[in-house]
Design a protein around this ligand. Structure first.
Ligand code: AMP
Ligand code: MG
Length: 407
């Protein structure tokens, strides 16, 4: 038996961030940059109006500042997109729209709300300070500035910024492609008729979704029966499309546990008993010419998902180059007692909530690894260390937050 920490350390030793790839900007969404992005242009690219209003010479507003409204002839319009705007002569003004280039001569924009909104002439009732409502060239970003450094996460705002400075493709750490395979001769496709002795394959759905939540591009292969040849064929077929393979089922000590049987023979995949509950039998190694990492997870749905959280998710995050690689944990007060087997790390499905400004956590369902109903109701896992066997109600516990959902 090895510890959770030993097994995870072994896995993390074997996986590394994927090689950078140039991707179209939207395909790079949520990935991590693998280059510094330098602005080719300044933002704003030219002086422009921040408001719909009138471009004016500030000196012409001195009477307003002294308490008397002024009326100025409006000599033209500058809509957004105008290439070479008119200039503003003393005693005159032009109507200007938000984002339109500032005409020469003007040094302030008077928002339409401070005027009577006139078209041929306009009465100005209030006088903004000189320079007001003008967005200056380069005040946001200067050409040559680094607007995003390698390693930064491409969220929506950065995607927008990179587009604004004129880039439509960037080098990123690509999303790992994960191939998800369920094994078991008792499995049928979800939605199909369930005959005697059969159950729907839920693991391939749950694990594909979990891989996507971790940032991967996951591909659900579906079901392979407990037949060594079929398993080998399926693995060979899909090796080419994966940066990582995740199987579930067939890793215990049963007579038809073919994943273990087939992969053990390759000599590159290790099967261990890991001191945890749920999820004790675990397989991990590399297969194929490219040494694609493969996780052989236990088949019980709760064991499979907990194993994913504890081992696969950190590995996928490492491949993405992302930090943190594990889910966040918080300390919470247990509302009920919990038990854990000596020497094993226990992951208890639980509902985490905030009461009176502190986290409280309530276990849901029993400890059976087939109890998907309870797993789906949980938004966290209480982690009980190897040395602890009994947790009393009211004591603080560590909770791994699975999702930030509140219902
Ligand atoms: P195994 O790890 O193959 O011994 O499977 C352990 C338990 O998990 C058995 O009750 C299986 O029927 C169940 N199981 C295995 N694979 C799946 C799956 N893909 N979806 C739902 N249950 C599964
Ligand atoms: Mg099985």
């Amino acid at each position: 038996m090895i510890s959770v920490d030993e097994h995870l350390a072994h896995i993390l030793d074997e996986v590394a961030p994927l090689a950078p790839l140039e991707l179209a900007l939207l395909d790079a969404h949520s990935c991590l940059l693998a280059e510094d992005v330098v602005a080719a242009v300044s933002l704003p690219p030219f002086d422009n109006s921040a408001m719909d209003g009138y471009a004016v010479r500030s000196a012409d507003l001195d009477p307003v500042r002294a308490g008397t409204a002024v009326t100025l002839p409006v000599v033209g319009d500058i809509p957004a997109g105008t290439a070479s705007p008119l200039s503003v002569q003393p005693g005159l003004c032009v109507r200007i729209m938000t984002g339109a280039p500032l005409p020469t001569g003007a040094d302030v924009v008077v928002p339409v709300e401070m005027t009577d909104g006139g078209i041929a002439k306009v009465r100005i009732d209030r006088a903004p300070d000189v320079g007001a409502y003008i967005r200056r060239l380069g005040e946001d970003v200067r050409a040559g500035d680094t607007v995003a450094v390698a390693g930064s996460h491409l969220g929506s705002a950065r995607i927008g910024l990179i587009a604004a400075v004129g880039r439509t493709a960037v080098a990123v750490r690509p999303r790992p492609r994960v191939v998800v395979i369920s094994t078991g001769s008792e499995l049928v496709e979800a939605g199909a008729h369930i005959g005697p002795g059969q159950i729907a394959d839920s693991n391939s759905y749950a694990l594909t979704a979990a891989a996507r939540e971790a940032g991967a591009l996951a591909y659900r292969v579906g079901i392979v029966p407990d037949d060594p040849n079929r398993l080998l064929e399926t693995l060979e077929d899909h090796l080419i499309r994966g940066d990582c393979i995740v199987t579930s089922g067939g890793v215990s000590v049963g007579a038809y546990d073919v994943v273990k049987e087939v992969l053990s023979r390759l000599g590159t995949v290790r099967f261990d008993r890991v001191a945890m509950q749920p999820g004790m039998p675990q397989g991990f190694g590399r297969i194929g010419a490219d040494g694609v990492p493969i996780f052989a997870l236990p088949g019980n749905p709760v064991s499979a998902l907990v194993s994913f959280e504890v081992f696969v998710r950190p590995a996928l995050r490492r491949m993405l180059g992302a930090e943190p690689i594990s889910r966040p944990t918080v300390s919470a007060v247990a509302t009920a007692p919990m038990r854990s087997g000596k020497g094993k790390r226990q992951y208890v499905r639980a509902v985490l909530s905030v009461q009176d400004d502190r986290y409280v956590v309530e276990p849901v369902g029993g400890s059976g690894s087939h109890l998907m109903g309870a797993m789906a109701a949980a938004n966290g896992l209480v982690v009980i260390d190897e040395d602890d066997t009994d947790v009393a109600a009211g004591s603080p516990v560590t909770v791994m937050m699975l999702e930030r959902r509140t219902q």
